[in-house]
Design a protein around this ligand. Structure first.
Ligand SMILES: [Zn+2]
Length: 256
């Protein structure tokens, strides 16, 4: 992240490779000056993502194994551990405790524990973490296997309780928040409670919908107004806060 670039948005969790034309979208993000952490859902997808993004100053590929896919792709966990050795951005990883993924929950815990341990050993790793219906277990594993000096955890689209988010704050976690969270009271209460130096923004594109269409990382520019309104401050103050936090996170991963 260059100190000289005046970034217009930050998307700390989106799926560029699920867009119909990833190279085009990357170019658009560069033109609009949006810094992006682009997650992948299987370790095998990472090589192609890396090729698309390796020369970009704005869009950065992460290596991941989505918890919803762990049931069918458990065998790729070893490859994921290996790739964490060469990629300092990790995601999408985590746990999903929804009923339809319950049968793979033990495997999910195993994979997430291995991800945390591997990241802890290498150090300087940034993780973007899925925690739907699993916030408590995510906190347990983060506390058990990592520390914030070595592993910077970002809880993406967090939907746990206030006490769970406070626990995550104590464990050193950051939070990437999105427009959908700002639309309901529960999400708004959570965001208001997060210390401002842990706040980041995301779109989870294309999975979130905005104005009846699929979201895009370019939407990350639009969140500052609503976020500032919630925090009771001027847009530029919120933007500045997120910029400072974003620079810290990218620096942690060795991206200047
Ligand atoms: Zn996602």
């Amino acid at each position: 992240m260059s100190e000289n670039i005046n970034y217009r948005g930050f998307d700390f969790h989106c799926h560029i490779d699920l867009h119909p034309d990833p190279p085009y979208l990357i170019t658009r993000c560069e033109k609009k000056r949006i810094a992006v952490l682009a997650v992948t859902t299987t370790p095998k997808a990472w090589t192609q993502n890396k090729l698309w993004m390796q020369h970009s100053d704005y869009v950065h590929a992460a290596v991941g194994l989505h918890p919803e896919l762990v049931g069918e792709r458990y065998g790729e966990a070893g490859l994921l551990e290996e790739l964490i050795g060469e990629c300092r951005l990790v995601g999408e990883v985590g746990l999903d405790g929804s009923p339809q993924y319950r049968s793979s929950y033990d495997k999910q815990k195993d994979v997430f524990s291995r991800v945390l341990r591997t990241s802890q050993i290498h150090g300087g790793r940034v993780l973007t973490i899925h925690s739907r219906r699993a916030a408590r277990d995510v906190c347990d594993l983060v506390e058990k296997h990592s520390n914030p000096d070595n592993v910077l955890c970002i809880l993406h689209w967090f939907s746990g309780s206030l006490s769970e988010s406070r626990r995550a704050v104590k464990a050193g976690c950051y939070f990437s928040v999105n427009a959908a969270m700002l639309k309901n009271d529960r999400g708004r209460a959570l965001i208001r409670d997060i210390p401002s130096d842990r706040l980041l923004t995301e779109t989870d594109a294309p999975f979130m919908s905005i104005d009846g269409r699929k979201s895009s990382p370019l939407d990350s520019m639009r969140i500052f107004g609503d976020l500032a309104g919630l925090l009771g401050e001027e847009d530029r103050v919120t933007r500045q806060r997120v910029t400072v936090n974003a620079r810290h996170v990218f620096r942690f991963a060795g991206i200047d």
